[in-house]
Write a protein that binds this ligand. Structure first.
Ligand code: AMO
Length: 442
């Protein structure tokens, strides 16, 4: 049997016998000739079968013609035939004149989703939804993005870690904690690699990164929250302030966006109608208090119930930054201690503020970063200040008792970055299999 050729390689192949494997996109079953558009992971090609006829032009039934007539959309098959270059063929300038078909997995004739199906039902049938070239492209972009990040980290001597996802305690808010039975006791699913990526600093690793799952028992049904998401984390030693973390963060993003633009820029423009903009550095930085003043001047008052920026405030400040600096990113810095975790370092001269930031991209938070408090006595006080019991945190506090360098880092939601890069409005689109309060399948 002829070896399989990927569809994208047909244009460069010479005319002659060829074999392709994929799934049926469409069948046009005409009286004199049949066309099948076959798709694989690399593209689509037209298969053609002129129906055999007798001298008077009457069509003679054939097994191949019957097989084509019976093909349901979505059927996976291997097709063999003669490759022919023909400029008139709109789809890639080639077609394959069929000799035979071998069906590997037939599809049910009724497809449960269509082009106008809503996002939740599409998620029910995610494997069918992902056959759409546009959706498939999202995950090729994700691969390129992660690869570029990894390349950056590796070239800059970062160590890759895989921290445990089964934990003895919370690492972020106790409210969003998944509890699981663990033999005679309980364990918790990791909300963030926070404690263990910090541990790598007294462990002497210097610079680390992790791309891994994080779990949050967040009951909300927003377009940007999941109960399980991929967290992109990095942590570095010997920083002077969160400024050093922001520098790392922006360099990493530039490397990732440049790689995506180079490899997929044209495809993204064709599929999503947008241009990937490689951000310039430095990204704008605005202290949170000033950001609030700016959005107030634009006529939006961030609700008073906490000291944070709400989603509308994030959109407003992003609009301001876009108008003023032409930038899609902005670091909001120096968050109030009242809304930051106990492990954020506070300003030397004003303990009501932290050495921290949120990174906003196209109006949505994609990341939190900070310098960590590494002085154990201060850390204990800050934990108490937050109503935490230092004894419960003893394993973590030990990391700071035997020598530790100043350090900091960030955590970033992978699906959010992709969603905002592609101007999509829901992380369900950029998550391979979304997990939410009412979704555990598929
Ligand atoms: P934070 O809790 O802000 O910080 O999370 C960091 C980033 O992770 C993403 N994210 C989520 N994505 C989808 N669904 C969720 N439920 C969800 N929760 C968070 C967001 C967010 O900006 N330990 C700190 C980080 C650090 O300081 O290094 C942390 O987890 O993109």
């Amino acid at each position: 049997m002829t070896e399989r050729t990927l569809i994208k390689n047909l244009a460069a192949a010479t005319d002659g016998p060829v074999s392709v494997s994929g799934w049926v996109d469409t069948v046009r079953d005409q009286k004199k000739v049949q066309f099948v558009v076959l798709r694989d992971e690399s593209g689509a090609v037209q298969l053609v079968n002129p129906r055999p006829s007798d001298d008077e032009g009457n069509v003679i039934p054939s097994e191949l013609s019957d097989a084509i007539s019976g093909l349901a959309q979505g059927t996976f098959l291997t097709a063999t035939g003669e490759l022919k270059h023909d400029e008139r063929v709109k789809l890639g300038g080639v077609e394959i004149k069929l000799d035979g078909l071998v069906v590997a997995g037939a599809a049910n004739p009724e497809t449960p989703i269509a082009d106008d199906t809503g996002v939740d039902k599409r998620m029910d049938w995610r494997f069918l939804d992902l056959r759409q070239p546009k959706n498939n492209l999202i995950f090729r972009i994700q691969t390129t993005l992660e690869h570029a990040w990894r390349t950056y980290w590796v070239e800059n001597d970062f160590v890759e870690l895989h921290t445990p996802k089964l934990m003895a305690s919370a690492s972020e808010s106790k409210a969003e904690l998944f509890e699981v039975d663990y033999f005679e006791g309980k364990a918790y699913l990791s909300q963030s690699p926070q404690f263990f990526k910090q541990m790598a600093q007294p462990a002497g690793f210097g610079k680390i990164f992790e791309v891994g799952p994080a779990f949050r028992a967040d009951p909300s049904f927003t377009s940007r929250h999941a109960t399980e998401f991929t967290s992109v984390d990095s942590e570095i030693s010997w920083i002077d302030s969160h400024e050093d973390v922001m520098k790392l963060h922006e360099e990493l993003l530039v490397a990732g966006f440049q790689a995506v633009k180079d490899k997929h820029g044209a495809e993204i423009e064709a599929a999503f109608g947008i241009e990937v903009v490689v951000p310039t550095t430095p990204f704008p930085r605005i202290p949170l208090a000033e950001a609030k003043r700016i959005v107030a001047e634009r006529g939006y008052e961030v609700p008073r119930h906490d000291d944070d920026m709400d989603p509308e405030g994030e959109r407003q400040i992003a609009a301001y930054v876009k108008e003023t600096f032409g930038h899609e990113f902005v670091f909001l810095t120096d968050y109030a201690s009242s809304i930051r975790p106990f492990y954020h370092m506070r300003h030397e001269d004003d303990p009501s503020l932290t050495n921290s930031y949120d990174l906003i991209f196209n109006g949505v938070e994609i990341s939190t970063g900070a310098q960590r408090e590494h002085r154990v006595d201060v850390l204990v006080e800050q934990a108490k200040d937050k109503g935490l019991d230092p004894e419960e945190l003893d394993f973590y506090l030990d990391f700071f008792r035997y020598g530790v360098p100043p350090h900091g880092g960030f955590g970033m939601g992978l699906s959010r970055v992709l969603m905002l890069m592609l101007h999509l409005t829901n992380i369900r689109e950029t998550t391979y299999l979304f997990r939410g309060p009412t979704r555990l399948l598929p």
